[in-house]
Design a protein around this ligand. Structure first.
Ligand code: C2O
Length: 541
């Protein structure tokens, strides 16, 4: 195994999109940021030097950080932010990990512009489970705002309302011809007729799940969240923010210029918004005309069936140790809460963040970020920064056993707190994530740090333990799962990586509203079961 060194300078850069200029925060003035390349079991050392006024951290999304929780990156969970002028060096190993992942800032809404791909190749000589294609390309989906994204979070929380929809969706940073002034600001792949391509698709959007499709070309899914899947051929994909999917696509259509499109998925029936998609080109070499042979057709933004079809088809190629026995059986509700208060009544202040009307919670507890890092507080036994009494009380009216679908839970007043749940080393955990579905209009893509988990079940309505069919044979092994609106997902993992691990909705606004919690996984007995000491240069809060 080898060690790879990277330097990430956090720098602002002037950028012009849709004929408007602004400064964005980037890594090394590259947008989207530089790609981390490695091989399975390689060690990576990334020195992050913050040359901006913004507090920064970098999270290596989906990297399981085996015994390296200190380098996971979520601000106030495993580290204090890297302040202006400071630096911090991340060191971790891709232990038994290969595939496509992403890195992104994990403080405020900085990841709106600070994100990039991670590509981990199999060890030399280890073949892919499919014929290695002619060429590969990275496709990072994003959202772009003319306003400063960090400011948007502040303004949104201060207003108590919802954040503005992005000014553009982007493919590798490019909005494409559907947007003003962007006919030439478009990403393009040149393809050789007859050849097969591997596309590493990453959803780095802040607040939106997205569909992706290529006109007239089939996509064969071979990997999801950096784990091989049984090959599964579809016309389109849906990726939650944080998810990655590798597909094979063969240029087997008449020579021409085809469009690739990405656009929003939102399961709400009664939401309307301008459904403008980002376009890129999939252009055959030898194509002489400049007009599109065929335009990509995205599903309707609320096409839940399309999403279910994709989810149902995701199966692990080689599932390793799916936990068949459970010793820790958890049930967490997730959802948005409308606080019982009214903005026209200033005396009755709302308990959403900054007195807002909307809060978001797990088991009715809206997470408040602490002033220090939880991991440091836990490791050094500094009291007073968090409590270990999660899960609290799930909403009482929520009758999940009898499965009355979407009976409205009495969760209009969530509690605020920095609550964690302690897991014994080696616990075999089943966690049912149940969306209460009362307010929210979209899936909650729940992401767990430090682990991948098997998604053993998935459905609409309320989880019913008597009826739910679980797949313990070949469930997909993911790090982020879009829990359907008013529906549920069942995940399983073995808590064998000690540390403090954040779990949250990967829609940034929901995280701002408190839809998160943290697990503390205790040390086991052996050296390989114990979190090492922190590095000497941890940033200070
Ligand atoms: Cu990709 Cu906690 O995030």
């Amino acid at each position: 195994r080898s060690t790879r060194f990277y330097t990430f300078k956090v720098q602002t850069m002037r950028i012009t999109k849709m004929c408007k200029s602004k400064d964005i925060v980037t890594i090394n003035k590259i947008f989207p940021g530089p790609v981390i390349y490695a091989q399975e079991d390689d060690r990576v050392i990334v020195k992050v030097i913050n040359e901006t006024p913004y507090n920064t951290t970098i999270h290596w999304h989906g990297v399981r950080q085996r015994l390296s929780c200190w380098f996971d990156g979520p601000s106030y969970i495993t580290q204090c932010p890297i302040q202006a002028g400071q630096s911090f060096t991340y060191e971790f190993t891709f232990v038994k990990q290969k595939g496509t992942l992403l890195w992104h800032a994990h403080v405020s809404w900085l990841r709106g512009t600070v994100y990039g791909a991670i590509v981990v190749y199999p060890r030399s000589g280890v073949p892919y489970p499919f014929k290695y294609p002619y060429e590969e390309h990275i496709i990072v989906l994003g959202e772009y705002w003319h306003k400063d994204v960090v400011q948007i979070e502040k303004d949104t929380l201060a207003s108590g309302g919802s954040p503005p929809i992005a000014d553009a969706f982007t493919i590798n940073g490019h909005p494409g011809p559907n947007y003003n002034c962007s006919a030439n600001d478009v990403y393009k792949i040149d393809v050789v007729p007859g050849k097969t391509y591997l596309l590493r698709i990453i959803n780095a959007a802040l607040n939106m799940e997205n569909f992706f499709t290529i006109a007239n070309h089939k996509l064969t899914i071979v990997e999801a969240d950096a784990e091989y899947t049984k090959p599964f051929t579809v016309d389109r994909l849906m990726l939650s923010p944080g998810q990655t999917i590798n597909v094979l696509v063969t240029a087997n259509q008449p020579i021409g210029k085809y469009s690739m499109a990405m656009g929003p998925y939102m399961s709400a029936k009664n939401v309307s918004f301008q459904n403008i998609s980002a376009i890129a080109y999939f252009q055959y070499i030898g194509c002489t005309t400049n007009s599109l042979a065929l335009e990509a057709q995205l599903p309707c933004f609320n096409d839940n069936l399309a999403v279910k079809t994709i989810m149902d088809g995701l199966r692990s190629l080689n599932p390793v140790n799916v936990p068949l026995e459970i010793d820790t059986n958890l049930f967490f509700t997730i959802g948005l809460n409308v606080e019982q208060c009214h903005s026209s009544n200033p005396n009755k202040s709302c308990r959403g963040p900054n007195g807002g009307v909307v809060a978001a919670s797990m088991n009715n507890i809206s997470f408040i970020k602490p002033q220090v890092s939880l991991l440091q507080a836990y490791y050094n036994e500094i009291h007073g920064h968090y409590t270990a009494d999660f899960p609290g009380v799930p909403p009482k009216v929520y009758d999940f056993v009898n499965g009355a679908p979407n009976k409205i839970p009495n969760n209009t007043q969530s509690l605020n707190g920095t609550r964690t749940m302690v897991l014994e080393y080696g616990s075999r955990v089943q966690l049912i994530l149940q969306d209460t579905g009362t307010v929210s209009t979209e899936n909650h893509p729940i992401h767990l740090h430090g682990y991948s988990f098997y998604v053993v079940g998935y459905g609409t309505g309320n989880y019913n333990p008597g009826k739910a069919k679980l797949n313990l044979v070949d469930p997909p092994y993911m790090n982020t799962i879009g829990v359907p609106v008013g529906g549920w997902a069942a995940i399983r993992f073995t808590a064998d990586n000690p540390g403090v691990w954040f779990m949250h909705c990967h829609l940034e606004i929901h995280m701002s509203w408190g839809l998160s919690m943290a697990f503390i996984v205790k040390n086991g007995k052996g050296k390989m079961e114990t979190l090492p000491h922190p590095p000497a240069n941890m940033p200070k809060c």
